[in-house]
Design a protein around this ligand. Sequence first.
Ligand SMILES: [Zn+2]
Length: 441
Amino acid sequence: MDDVASAEKRLSILRHNIEQRRDDLVELTRQLIRIPTLNPPGECYRDICEFLAARLKARGFTVRLLRATGTPGDSDRYPRWNVIARREGSASGPCVHFNSHTDVVETGRGWSVDPFEGLVRDGKVYGRGACDMKGGLAASIIAAEAYIAAFPDHPGTIEISGTADEETGGYGGVAWLAEQGYFSPERVQHVIIPEPLNKERICRGHRGVWWAEITTHGRIAHGSMPFLGDCAVRHMGAVMMEMEERLFPALAERRTEMPVVPDGARQSTMNINSLHGGQAEPEPDFTGFPSACVPDSARMVIDRRYLVEENYDDVRAEIVELLERVRRERADFDYDLSELWHVNPSLTEPDAPVVGAVAQGIRRVLGCEPVHVLSPGTYDQKHIDRIGRLKDCIAYGPGILDLAHQPDEYVGISDMQDSALVMALAIDDLLHARQKRQKQE
Ligand SMILES: [Zn+2]
């Protein structure tokens, strides 16, 4: 059989195997949604890991349950459990790894369906995490199972992981596993993270993040004689004025060449997460009056998202310069600046093997050119890139990005099937890449 005919044959076998598993795919997604892995605080991690372990063990995977002891949020009440399932083929070869986070965010208000029932209606599965990202996890499992059923003697290794805490930074999940060596390039060569980025899109990375806290200082005095004190809130007001007049316009001017979606995120952005000055907020049931005091401190938390074209030192220096400008212009102005969190931008090269394999899968399954994108926010790729030093990593999965974290979140069943087929083709391509190269030489 020539190569083209054999490629067509393999596609039709995989398509058939995935179509056959439609009910299984739907049921698996529902079962995952019914385990309410809310984070924070980190509920039911052990349950979902045991569920995944039992399923994959029955399909010939070797499974490991790993607790990220001592990571942020880990406690005996809320242990940070992770699962890694590994299936080695009949010959040596690369390892293709699918990583999904198992946690979901709070439900919030506005649901018209039970967020943890896994209702199926009009070709969609509803529930918290349906889109972000239990649908993607289910699709990757079906992709791997359909692939193994079709080609049990494949070379190389297939891994599937379900990891904790992505929604709160990934420190008890992928970051910890990467520190333990589970994402080292000697062990794993290609990673697909089935986050909901829309099935025709390949997400090659994300912008950088810098969170910081700015505190302005003052001096307490009686509120009837503010001239005897020094108002920290007015000092913060001067900082905010500087931000409005100079910083925000400057950020809006900075556009990236990278295809960040949505378009509003193709520029540098900064959010003011919180602002507090003076007396603490009273308890909701407190009925008394506030006291008359000049606030002696004010605090602001900022969330700066930066572009691959910018760098961390400049991002930080820009804020320091702003604060120093205010200091020069304002009597008695004093501040502290402390960093809360920093993540470098992550960007996988457009010609990386995993990008090529998934792109080819999208062309063959969906008949369209894949759209390359970058995510406005970060996800676990940062840890695989920075701690694991593994560069061949993308996010690719079913689900509509905009539905993540929303009420009545859902994932389309045909989207899951299509992306599962793309993933199965990518497995096939990546596991045989070495053999194909040798054949060409
Ligand atoms: Zn997610």
